[in-house]
Design a protein around this ligand. Structure first.
Ligand code: ADP
Length: 530
């Protein structure tokens, strides 16, 4: 067979020609206009951006950062930078300043494209950036803290369509993303052209997101969070529209955007879906076939609420920055019978193209019986083999990536994650799954959010502390919730200690931040009832 290199340039050319009339819609908020461009129009602008970057001196292998919301220009960067042989580095706009400066310097970004509305956030670290030569600003805003900048539109306006893209080694880096660094500095993952090509095609498949021509994806998951789960490139493969919400991500505005643009598919972490549910329960979301949800365990009660309130299926998926990210998805098996929820509520079934196993502490492989608990390990063409300039050997095991997730696998390849290894609660020598406790707690109508962390205990080493946000107007007490858990989880799992908060702290990608909860507990900042 012919040995054509697999490249993002190919995804780009395919989309702009075969699906030239598919559209990108960028939202400017409830009061603003919707900007629409076709893939064909975007394609010309991608050529112009590549030419402009080349004129600035960007060449093959150079890193170009993006500090942007989800919008059309961010998609242009997604296509132009890898296609010209440079490396797209999507920067997480919610990192703490020190971490942001660290990842930009560590990746040695030469250019950063920044949305004007985010300029003040980038300005906080401008003085610490040692490698950045040019800042390209999109739109109008206060950019005073950034020093000299270039205007995106003026820059690309000087170029014309028809850029000559190089042939690229498929194993070279196309993009990179840092993990959010819950412990220590963030770690860089580099995606190759080959891995991205294969992953994004796999994402479109019937075993994964089933994205097809004529679909319209509302991209809520940020483009800086693990390639927005592969959806932008998948859209260019098959010609489905992309709706980009920019910074208007609160539940109410998102519901309005859905009503206005009628997307068929969306993707978001559970906290965002919970926000939509609570802020806009009367919204009409019926255009959606389904919403893919992951990044942390998706409570069964959330899926049921979406079924009942909106008539929209929430499909759980599992993956991580290191796995491009999609690795498993909880689709109901074709030959299954019985209650679909028994499949949907699981973490996910491994995708074709990657392999998984579970290992005991001594490294031995464990059976796929749905019972044995161990660390999930994974390998495949879109799983990282190392971290960028960071020899972290303990994260790999004989060519497999150690995910740090603990769970079981059943004989059909369904994974059930019970916890992250670092979040497991070890009580009296036995494990308590914080994920299971949270799921059960969030099934109580008086609970809006629940996170459970292990805290030191003289007798049992660790015991669970339940951190609960009450639903509006509901006054669920610890005693009532203990009673609710009785019969749903093992008796000895039921937390003695409870704290009620206005909000659970979130990580930079919108997950419950257990690290922050533990720190708050240690600092005596939580009012604990027992
Ligand atoms: P971070 O590690 O900074 O949170 P990632 O987005 O890469 O960033 O997180 C990957 C982790 O998210 C996985 O290792 C797993 O612990 C968790 N995760 C993702 N999807 C699910 C899911 N469906 N169920 C449970 N945990 C999940």
């Amino acid at each position: 067979m012919q040995d054509r290199p697999l490249s993002i340039g190919h995804i780009f050319q395919h989309g702009r020609t075969i699906h030239g009339d598919a559209e990108i819609l960028t939202w400017n908020g409830p009061e603003g206009a919707l900007e629409t461009s076709t893939f064909s129009e975007v394609g010309d602008r991608v050529d112009q951006l590549a030419a402009a970057l080349q004129r600035l001196g960007v060449s093959e292998g150079d890193r170009v950062g993006t500090f942007m919301w989800n919008n059309q220009r961010h998609m242009e960067a997604y296509l132009a930078i890898p296609s010209m042989g440079a490396v797209l580095h999507t920067l997480n706009i919610r990192l703490f300043p020190d971490q942001l400066a660290y990842v930009i310097n560590h990746a040695a970004d030469r250019v950063i494209i920044v949305d004007a509305s985010l300029a003040p956030l980038l300005a906080r670290v401008r003085d610490q950036l040692t490698t950045v030569e040019h800042l390209i600003v999109c739109g109008e805003g206060d950019t005073s803290g950034l020093g000299d900048t270039l205007d995106y539109e003026a820059l690309i306006g000087q170029e014309s369509a028809g850029f000559e893209y190089p042939v690229i080694d498929e194993r070279s880096a196309a993009a990179m993303c840092y993990t959010s660094g819950t412990t220590g500095n963030p770690k860089g993952v580099a995606y190759s052209h080959r891995s991205t090509w294969i992953h994004s095609l796999a994402v479109t498949s019937s075993q994964a997101l089933r994205v097809k021509e004529g679909d319209r994806i509302l991209l809520i998951v940020p483009q800086f969070h693990a390639n927005a789960w592969g959806m932008p490139y998948a859209a260019w493969w098959v010609g489905c529209d992309l709706v980009m919400p920019q910074q208007f991500l609160q539940g109410g505005p998102i519901a309005q955007l859905i009503e206005e643009t009628k997307p068929t598919i969306s993707g978001a972490v559970p906290t965002v879906l919970s926000d939509i549910l609570h802020s806009a329960p009367d919204a009409d979301l019926s255009s959606l076939d389904y919403i893919v949800c992951g990044g942390s365990a998706v409570p069964r009660s959330l899926m049921e609420a979406y079924d009942d309130v909106f008539g929209v299926e929430v499909v759980q998926a599992w993956g991580m920055t290191e796995t491009s990210p999609l690795a498993a998805i909880a689709r109901v098996p074709g030959r299954a019978d019985g209650d679909p929820m028994q499949w949907r509520a699981r973490t996910g079934r491994v995708l074709p193209g990657v392999e998984i196993r579970i290992c005991a502490d001594d490294g031995a492989s464990l059976p796929w019986d749905g019972e044995a608990q161990g660390e999930i390990e994974i390998r495949g063409p879109w799983i990282t083999a190392s971290y960028v300039h960071d020899p972290t050997e303990e994260k790999f095991h004989d060519g497999w990536l150690r995910t740090g997730d603990v769970g079981s696998i059943d004989h059909q390849g369904f994974i059930q994650i019970s916890d992250r290894a670092k979040d497991v609660i070890k009580s009296g020598g036995e494990w308590i799954s914080s994920v299971d406790l949270e799921n059960e707690l969030m099934a109580h109508p008086g609970v809006r959010e629940a996170a459970v962390v292990g805290i030191p205990d003289d007798r049992w080493d660790e015991r669970p502390l339940a951190c609960v946000v009450r639903a509006d107007g509901a006054g669920a007490t610890g005693e009532e919730l203990r009673g609710f858990l009785d019969g749903r989880v093992a008796k000895w799992w039921i937390p003695e200690r409870w704290t009620f908060l206005d909000e659970i702290p979130k990580t930079s990608v919108g997950k419950f931040s257990k690290k922050d909860l533990r720190t708050m507990f240690q600092a005596g900042e939580l009012t604990v009832e027992d």
